[in-house]
Design a protein. Structure first.
Length: 200
């Protein structure tokens, strides 16, 4: 985590770099969130504006192997969402690797990476709602490899969504990024995304 913090600070202090994109996968999301949390605390203590100082355009967590309660405490408690332009969390109920972790660690509210948002009631959505319009949760169900854990890079629909975020800076619902809105901050990758028909 120390080296990640140093790398982010080094990049942020380079005046030629205008935007930084953080992409973390699986257990790496724990390291990324912890590192960013410590950097935000440091910047605030130093009287700096973390959002302007670190220039984080997109903070993307793909298949995050994180406890839902832990995420709400770390992100919500320190209001980390305020310090990024856009935060995106990808989840998939078909992710068998995180399903194993959920069993091993007995997460009371589940692991973030396996939430089946499509089956949640409005009350449950409100309970899990990320308290910021800058953070969205994108649900994916479809073909993948590696126990369904590498869908963010092996499935064309999800990798296309990543391109739309990073290259074009699109938000959910923007023209050109037609995710299906489920409710609150929750979205779904529809069949044939981002255009056409068929299976995702």
């Amino acid at each position: 985590m120390f080296h990640l913090k140093q790398t982010i600070k080094w990049l942020a202090e380079n005046p030629r770099i205008e935007k930084i994109h953080l992409i973390a996968h699986s257990r790496g999301t724990d390291v990324a969130v912890s590192a960013f949390r410590e950097l935000v605390i440091w910047a605030r203590a130093a009287g700096l504006n973390p959002r302007k100082y670190f220039k984080i355009a997109n903070f993307i967590m793909a298949a995050p192997d994180l406890d839902v309660q832990v995420v709400s405490q770390r992100i919500g408690g320190e209001r980390l969402a305020l310090e990024v332009d856009q935060g995106v969390l990808y989840s998939s109920p078909d992710d068998k690797a995180i399903g194993i972790a959920e069993t091993l660690f007995a997460s009371p509210q589940g692991r973030l990476g396996t939430l089946d948002i499509s089956e949640l009631t409005k009350t449950e959505l409100d309970r899990l709602k990320v308290n910021s319009s800058r953070i969205t949760v994108v649900n994916f169900q479809g073909k993948s490899t590696g126990y369904g854990h590498s869908y963010f890079r092996t499935n064309p629909a999800v990798s296309s969504d990543l391109v739309l975020i990073i290259r074009y800076g699109l938000k959910p619902g923007d023209s050109g990024r037609p995710l299906e809105h489920i409710g609150a901050n929750f979205w779904r990758v529809p069949p044939g995304y981002p255009g056409g028909k068929g299976k995702p």
